[in-house]
Design a protein around this ligand. Structure first.
Ligand SMILES: *[C@@H]1O[C@H](CO)[C@@H](O)[C@H](O)[C@H]1NC(C)=O
Ligand SMILES: *[C@@H]1O[C@H](CO)[C@@H](O)[C@H](O)[C@H]1NC(C)=O
Ligand SMILES: *[C@@H]1O[C@H](CO)[C@@H](O)[C@H](O)[C@H]1NC(C)=O
Ligand SMILES: *[C@@H]1O[C@H](CO)[C@@H](O)[C@H](O)[C@H]1NC(C)=O
Length: 445
């Protein structure tokens, strides 16, 4: 059963982030509520599994001692689960932001009462879903919260045991249902160091998250150096060496828009190939803002989708500007040494290709700055990659027209002149960037 499950969803899965897990209600974090057709495109794109992060905190009809889940909410979750199962996906449901809202079991206050609440919550979820297909998977608690210590990890070993006891004794198909279990913070190293297998767990997948290197999501614009790749591969090896059970990376991805496109493709390509090499199931994190725009029903970057779902190589060595995915031409600068092959757009050799004078004459015929052309580079292996030709002048940032449009928004007018934004460096420390070093004090909203 387990091997069959893995073979089926090893292809990769998607996520419905910031939706059923939004606080306090579905739809409150910008991602639209689930509709009848939400999963059509995810299915068409080739994903085999869907994780449905679900936050329960604000949906209890009563607190102690019953901790009864609001029936409307439970019905809503069941409706969404049924929709995904009907489409044939493997589906993961969980207890999501509760992890830091009340289920941080490393905090001593009312600890036993909160663990009881966790058990009672799972009694209700297990009961409601016990008769569903064996393609439905339970995840006890996403990213178990708390500082890096073995004592903290042990709190979640205990919570995992309580979860297993509840689920395995809840009847229906839950005796054998596939579970995913997590260690402290869903961090790979902390899981390797301190995760204990619960008694009677059987039939489970170890579940970790991987956003390494973290600063790539917080201001670094490049990725793909040998160290970056080694960092990811080393953690996969540690995971595989340590455990005899299958493992999945239940969240990964670049959540930032600041990483250069070709660097991001390299990351995506490396990640899916390497997770496959070590037989790790992967589920790409998506909150609707990063990858699939569920309002307009388009993929923000179809190249990434192609990489994730074909697991093909990224032939990025062809790029003139490694990692950037674009040729930037400064307006007015002379183009020298161009190949003069009349009627030809490019000249190919064993080591690469040059665009010709004839090509640039056409592409830059009118002088307006911005995107002039997108070339598609097809090679005999790997996915097709777009290469942008862009004309720009120096961007001009207004130092006089800056406006505070609300208490938390500062409007800084910029004439981009064909350039695009790389990173914004926040000078005022806010509650988030204060925790990061200089490189990471950057955000784009
Ligand atoms: C359950 O949730 C619904 C929808 O938010 C709300 O109208 C209702 O009052 C809630 N019921 C209880 C008992 O809290
Ligand atoms: C494990 O299962 C056995 C057999 O059902 C049972 O006797 C035992 O109590 C279980 N252990 C725990 C920790 O639940
Ligand atoms: C491209 O042009 C450069 C400069 O003229 C030349 O050195 C190089 O050999 C050319 N490469 C190809 C693939 O034609
Ligand atoms: C392009 O710009 C140059 C000078 O920057 C100007 O002489 C020429 O007329 C412009 N061409 C067009 C088509 O706008």
């Amino acid at each position: 059963m387990l091997l069959k499950a893995l073979a089926l969803f090893a292809i990769g899965g998607g996520q419905l982030g910031n939706t059923l897990d939004a606080i306090p209600n579905e739809g409150d974090w910008g991602a639209p509520p689930v509709t009848e057709d939400t999963f059509d495109e995810i299915e068409r794109a080739g994903f085999k599994s869907v994780r449905l992060p679900t936050t329960w905190t604000h949906h209890f009809a009563s607190e102690a001692p019953g901790y009864v889940v609001n029936a409307t909410w439970m019905n809503r979750i069941e409706t969404v689960v049924d929709r995904t199962l009907k489409k044939g996906f493997w589906v993961v449901i969980n207890v999501h932001h509760d992890s830091w809202e009340w289920a941080d079991f490393t905090q001593p206050e009312d600890l036993e009462a909160r663990k009881t609440k966790f058990e009672k919550l799972w009694v209700q979820i297990a009961d409601r879903f016990k008769s569903k297909s064996d393609k439905l998977i339970f995840e006890p608690l996403s990213e178990p919260a708390g500082g890096n210590s073995e004592a903290n990890a042990d709190q979640y070993n205990d919570a995992n045991q309580r979860f297993v006891n509840v689920v395995r004794n809840s009847g229906g198909y839950n005796k054998d249902r596939l579970l995913t279990l997590l260690g402290l913070n869903a961090n790979i190293q902390r899981t390797v160091d301190w995760f204990d297998e619960p008694t009677n767990a059987s039939n489970y997948i170890l579940h970790v998250h991987d956003y390494d290197p973290w600063e790539t999501s917080w201001g670094r614009t490049r990725w793909g150096f040998a160290d970056d790749k080694k960092q990811i591969e080393d953690t996969f090896i540690a995971l595989q060496n340590h455990f005899k059970v299958p493992a999945m990376i239940g969240e990964w991805g670049l959540t930032s828009k600041t990483v250069e496109s070709a660097a991001a493709w390299d990351y995506f390509g490396f990640f899916v190939r390497t997770s496959k090499k070590y037989q790790l199931v992967n589920q790409l994190w998506d909150n609707g803002g990063d990858h699939y725009d569920r309002i307009n029903k388009i993929w923000r970057d179809p190249v990434k989708l192609d990489i994730v779902n074909t697991m093909k190589d990224v032939p990025n060595t062809m790029f003139v500007c490694p990692q950037i995915g674009a040729v930037w031409l400064k307006k007015g600068a002379a183009l020298t040494q161009l190949e003069k092959e009349p009627g030809t757009n490019y000249v190919l050799s064993a080591t690469g290709f040059n665009l010709t004078e004839a090509y640039f004459k056409k592409a830059l015929k009118d002088n307006t700055t911005g995107l002039k052309d997108t070339l598609t580079i097809k090679s005999s292996r790997g996915i097709q990659l777009p290469l942008q030709i862009r004309l720009y002048e120096k961007p001009v940032i207004s130092t006089t027209a800056i406006q505070e449009t609300s208490t938390d928004t500062l409007l800084i007018p910029v004439a981009f002149n064909g350039a695009t934004l790389a990173i914004v460096k926040a000078v005022r420390k806010d509650d988030w960037t204060v925790y990061y070093g200089d490189l990471q004090k950057a955000r784009i909203n």
